[in-house]
Structures are given as C-alpha cells and as structure tokens.
Ligand binder design. Structure first.
Ligand code: ADP
Length: 475
C-alpha cells in the first residue's frame, strides 16, 4: 500500500503566492502524486477565493492550546489538480491583509500564527495516520519538533527554500507556543538568545533538503549560512540539495491563457513582444527587451540593478521591471524610470503580467547576490527569454555559460557573470547585445532553451527515493 505523505507549506499556487515556494508547493506534490498517497495543507488566508476553488468546510473543528491560550481551528478541503488540499482556518492565522506582514516587515505575532499552523499540521498528520510529513521553510519548522515532543511515529523531511528567512523570535514567546522549555538550548531551537523555527526543522527532521545542489554546499559556509552554517554542518549527514523543477502545464507558452498570442518557438515570440511594448507604451520592437521580475530585496541584486539601469538606458534596448518589496528600492526605481523613457516599472504582484513579460522578453535580468534555486531563470528558458545571471546557488546548477553552447545537449544556456558587481552586470548586458545582433545564432539559442526539460521528472525521482528510504519501504 502506498505511503501517506502530507506536504505542508505556508503558500501554494494558485491559492496564495508571494514567491517561488508557492510554485514548488504546487508542482512538487503534483509530480509525486502517482508514487505516494499525497495530500497538502496550508493556511486558509482571507485572500483565498473559496468559491473559485470549491473549498468547503469540513465537519471537524477543534481547539489547539498553546500556553494559556486556546485557539479555535476549522478545517476546509478541496481537490485541485487531482490532489487533496486541506486548509487550516483560525482568525489569528488567516484574517490578515498580507500573508506574513507588510512589505519588508513581519507581523509581530508571526511566532504564534505559524506556531499554531505547525501544531495543526501535526494534529492533522496524526489523525490521518500520515507516514511522512514534508515540511517547508520556517513556517512549518516547529512541526518537526512537535513530532519529537509528542513522540509520534511520523517521519519528517524539512525543505529549506531560503535560509535567509529563519523565523527568529524572542524567547519570551516560548511559553505561548506549547513547546517544552527543555528545547530552549543550542542543540535545539535556541539561537543567540532567541528562538529559531528554522533550527527546529533542521534539528528534529529526519532529512533536510534544499532546493539546489550548489546552495546545499553554500549554506555550510559563513558567507551563505546566515549564522546556521555550524549547526547545518552538525546535521550535514541528513542534508542534500535537489534542484527544483517547474510545472510544464502552468509555465508553457504553447497554452498559456495569460498570453494574447501563444507560441512554441523564437519566431512566435515576436507578437508577444509587440503586444507588451504596446501595453507599456514603449516604442522600439526591434530593440532587445530586458525584463526583471521579482521581489525588490537585497538578495535579488537590487543595488546592482539600480546602479546599472542608467547605463543600460544609454544602450539600444528597452527594459521592463515588475515587482514589489522594500520601499527604498521602489523609490530609486521610480526615479530612474521618470528619467529614461526606455525603462518601465510596474509596481505590484501580477501573475498574468509576469507571464506576458517572460513571453515578450529577449533577456531576463537576474543579478541575485544569492539564489537558493530561482525559478525565474527556468521560466525564462521555457518562454524563450535568455537569462543573464550571477553565478550563485541554483543559477549555477541551471544556467550554463553561453560560450559553451551545444545545441545537442539537454542544458539551458544563458549569460553568466561571476562577480556580483554593477560593472560585471553591465559587461554581461553588453555581451548579450552583441549576441542579440547575431540573429541566427540568437534564435538557435532561444529555440534550444525552449525545448529543454525543466519539469520535475528527474528531481521528483530523487524525492521519491528519499521518501522511500525514510519510510523504509518502496512507495
Ligand atoms: P523567490 O526568491 O521570490 O521565491 P523564485 O525565483 O524562486 O524567487 O520564484 C519567484 C516566482 O514568483 C516566479 O514564479 C516569478 O515569476 C514570480 N514573481 C516574482 N515577483 C513577481 C511579481 N511581481 N509579479 C508576478 N510574479 C512574480
């Protein structure tokens, strides 16, 4: 009989998404659903459209007590893409304007909110006789500890999507989390006189994965370990890097409902480019179009981008930017766009526009300072936009240097620069312009990148083997 796996995440596409975690939490369970008895759980945020997704309230409701407070929990469910989804509703967790907090901030009671979510995950797992819990990022980290505290016969995998977000809180909250004080020490959740939900996941899970092989090595170093490199080294034997994939159904220019013109080769992109430039009121369809899509945060190389943009503006090209995040980056970008007519900024999180931009773009800018995996570059391959990336984390594993282009290989190629500096980025951009001017070679590259396999097929096998080894039976 196949093993029962419960996959838990704090955001999942299409219900709620702020970044790549949501994409992975949708596509990975989907890729594994034929191998295990898979179900998924997430919070039922007030933004989620219950009627659109047929999300129904279940008869079961219960209370969870953490410290002296008791919280009411209602469970909901639906089936989406052939997978059973459970949704956890409790007012403190779900009735908020943002998932985690306003841009650049976290809600003050996030420890309680996601502590409650973690308790509910474990309750659900034990009442549903789950064999294996697959926990994602700090928001689910306490679940691994709770399995230990309650001595439950459930195995767990903890996946780190981004070590820079750790769920670190004041120790005073410990009493209100239903966690035994014996866990507040260095080998468990204590982190420099605070507590860390990420540490709970690392310490008490049976296996740890992160989202690319290179990032799995990087996080063991002080440069990328965010203070947890020593602790991760201690738990090194259960850590491995498995490269993310993307969902071919969701990210396919052949049948993407967000596009005005679907296409399947370099030639077919032209209409999408004209359509986007028209919408953005930017002339110059023959000029190369660069796009940046993402969170405006330090990680994504915003300083490099902001320093480079005025120099790019002087080149024969158009640039379109879509994103939201830190207020100061937003202000800088706005000021640049006011001065240069060939740079356009759209502020916000707009899924359909992002797809139109991937489709229209000749190049995707991704100067990330660190990147656990990155999905943008993979989506860019699928839509025929050539990624320009800093060689870090998952970008090293997924974007191969254009100089080594081999049309018979199954790899995706882009422009890769090694030093995270504005000069190196500008040199890479100039190289891309040269490349673009060789129309035949450029189309060959775009066509090649569009056909490579970016799906979960290989990585899902690795997860399958990991699930199997943890549950000690073939799943
Ligand atoms: P992150 O570090 O934000 O998780 P990833 O590269 O792993 O970065 O994934 C980002 C995902 O979010 C991609 O699907 C990307 O297209 C999408 N995305 C990022 N910013 C925006 C935005 N402003 N509007 C629409 N989609 C966005």
């Amino acid at each position: 009989m196949s093993k029962k796996v419960l996959f838990a995440a704090s955001e999942i596409y299409p219900f709620a998404k702020t970044g790549g975690l949501a994409d992975v939490a949708h596509s990975l369970p989907k890729a594994l659903k034929h191998y295990v008895d898979m179900s998924v759980v997430m919070p039922l945020y007030s933004q989620i459209d219950r009627s659109k997704y047929g999300i129904n309230k279940l008869e079961v409701s219960f209370d969870i007590t953490m410290g002296s407070q008791t919280y009411p929990i209602a469970l909901y469910d639906t089936v989406y893409d052939g997978i059973k989804y459970y949704f956890v509703y409790s007012p403190i967790l779900c009735d908020r304007e943002f998932l985690y907090g306003p841009p650049g901030m976290g809600y003050e009671d996030n420890a309680i909110r996601f502590g409650l979510f973690s308790h509910t995950i474990v309750r659900l797992a034990s009442t549903h006789q789950i064999d294996l819990l697959h926990l994602n990022d700090w928001q689910c980290g306490l679940s691994a500890l709770l399995i230990h505290q309650e001595n439950l016969p459930i195995k767990s995998i903890f996946t780190i999507h981004n070590l820079a977000y750790q769920g670190v809180f004041d120790t005073t909250v410990l009493n209100n989390l239903g966690i035994d004080g014996r866990y507040c020490h260095m080998e468990a959740i204590e982190f420099y006189s605070k507590i860390s939900f990420m540490k709970a996941g690392i310490a008490f899970s049976d296996a740890i994965t992160t989202v690319s092989p290179t990032y799995a090595k990087e996080i063991l170093t002080p440069e990328f370990g965010c203070g947890l490199e020593g602790f991760l080294k201690q738990h090194h034997s259960k850590l491995r890097g498995i490269l993310n994939g993307i969902d071919n159904d969701h990210f396919s220019p052949k049948n993407d409902g967000a596009l005005v013109h679907v296409y399947n080769d370099a030639k077919g992109k032209k209409k999408s480019k004209s359509a986007l430039l028209k919408t953005l009121k930017m002339p110059g369809v023959s000029k190369p179009l660069f796009v940046f899509i993402g969170r405006f945060v330090h990680q994504k190389g915003m300083e490099l981008l902001i320093e480079t943009l005025p120099k790019m503006a002087a080149l024969e090209c158009n640039v379109a930017i879509l994103g939201e995040g830190d207020e100061s980056y937003h202000r800088h970008l706005e000021a640049i766009c006011e001065n240069y007519s060939n740079i356009h900024l759209t502020f916000g999180y707009i899924e359909s526009l992002s797809h139109q931009m991937y489709a229209a773009a000749d190049f995707l800018l991704m100067p990330s300072l660190f990147e656990p995996c990155g999905l943008n570059q993979m989506i860019a391959f699928a839509y025929g936009a050539v990624p320009i990336v800093h060689a870090t984390g998952g970008l090293v594993d997924s974007v191969h240097k254009i100089e080594q282009f081999d049309s018979t290989s199954s790899k995706g190629y882009g422009i890769v620069f090694n030093t995270p500096s504005a000069n190196a980025l500008l040199r890479a951009i100039k190289k891309s312009l040269e490349f673009y001017s060789d129309t035949k070679r450029f189309s060959e590259l775009v066509n090649h990148n569009m056909t490579i396999d970016l799906s979960w097929s290989v990585s899902a096998d690795e997860y399958k083997r990991l699930y199997s080894s943890l549950t000690k039976e073939n799943v």
